[in-house]
Design a protein around this ligand. Structure first.
Ligand code: UDP
Length: 326
């Protein structure tokens, strides 16, 4: 297939591009490089440095590359920032998605895969969280993704666009050639690794008074390569199926303290940790029930334990201590 990947210079998008290229697809990457890295783009992909806010530029890419499918990763993604700057999220993420989806439909795109989020489930009634859980977005970020899911619902109903909404839990880990390099970095595993590398004095644990066994938040960490494979499977499934919603995680939760302990064990470094105030927008526990995609599409994560996920991240960060800047 001919797949346009927005955000294909970013953390998860760049790994998905590698997986698409490896599966024999023709790939175009659309990225404004605000957060992404040009050197993270697979050399076999065509590259378009375009901002999704520029509708005419998006139309030009559609007209010249002529994709039949889209994977949409490009967005503002930080829960905490979205609580401080709600309209950046409710504005950019939604308007950019409308530009992309409307343009895609106008240019005959048949399939669309959305990076959605576990932040749709702020108050789960049942954990692990399945696709039938009621949707209560936990932040303006989560709300923006929910809006985009609804836009896709109407794009399907009115224009026949087939789509998959893949709701990731906590993307983590690195491939030997692609890693996590955000500026500023806010995610737990790369931050703890920065302490191990001597680039940061300590890790602040945001809250130890949550209703969890050790008081720190529990998350379901899922390797980027496994996420990328889920995208490939969804793309294929959309030949037959019209609408897919899947929750993507390992089904195991780890507390912040357990993550810090795992990084200590993997790296052999003593890592200093300090309890700090809660971070706004963080739910206590997020664990995915991913049985549906396993049963329907045969998805089988390769990285099932936290150790191997952290080890893959440690390997990449050791080899690239300054990320893509070297
Ligand atoms: N966290 C933390 N200290 C940090 C960064 C993150 O205690 O410096 C916690 C955060 O509050 C959350 C978990 O680690 O409970 C995972 O956060 P991350 O930002 O990696 O992903 P999120 O769950 O926000 O998508």
């Amino acid at each position: 297939m001919k797949v346009l990947v927005t955000g294909g210079a970013g953390y998860i998008g760049s790994v998905a591009v590698d997986a698409l290229v490896a599966s024999g697809h023709e790939v175009g990457v659309l990225d404004n490089l605000y957060m992404g890295h040009r050197s993270a783009v697979n050399p076999q992909a065509s590259f378009f440095e375009v901002d999704l806010a520029e509708r005419s530029a998006v139309d030009e890419v559609m007209g010249s590359f002529c994709p039949d499918s889209i994977m949409h990763f490009a967005s503002n993604t930080l829960v905490c920032e979205s609580v401080r700057e709600p309209f950046k999220y409710l504005g950019d993420n939604i308007n950019n998605a409308i530009n992309l989806i409307d343009s895609a439909i106008g240019h005959g795109v048949e399939r669309f895969i959305l990076s959605s989020t576990a932040n749709l489930f702020d108050e789960p009634e049942t954990v692990p969280i399945s696709e039938t859980e009621r949707i209560v977005p936990g932040s303006p970020y989560g709300e923006s993704k929910y809006f985009v899911e609804r836009i896709l619902h109407w794009a399907h109903r009115t224009k026949g666009l087939r789509y998959a909404a893949l709701r990731y839990f906590n993307a983590a880990g690195c491939t030997p050639v692609k890693g996590e390099d955000h500026d500023p970095e806010t995610h737990l595993i790369p931050l703890v690794i920065q302490v191990a590398l001597g680039q940061r004095e300590n890790i602040k644990i945001f809250g130890d008074d949550y209703p969890t066994p050790d008081g720190t938040c529990i998350r379901d960490y899922i390797h980027v390569e496994d996420l990328a494979q889920a995208h490939i499977l969804a793309l294929d499934a959309l030949r037959e199926r019209e609408v897919l919603h899947y929750n993507l995680g390992n089904g195991n939760g780890f507390s912040v303290k357990e993550v810090v302990e795992t990084v200590r064990a993997v790296t052999g470094h003593k890592i200093s940790a300090e309890i700090a105030a809660r971070r706004s927008g963080d739910p206590a526990t997020l664990i995915a029930d991913s049985r549906l995609i396993r049963e329907e599409l045969g998805w089988k994560p390769k990285f099932t334990d936290l150790n191997s996920i952290v080890q893959s991240a440690w390997d990449w960060h050791q080899a690239h201590p300054h990320g893509y800047g070297y």
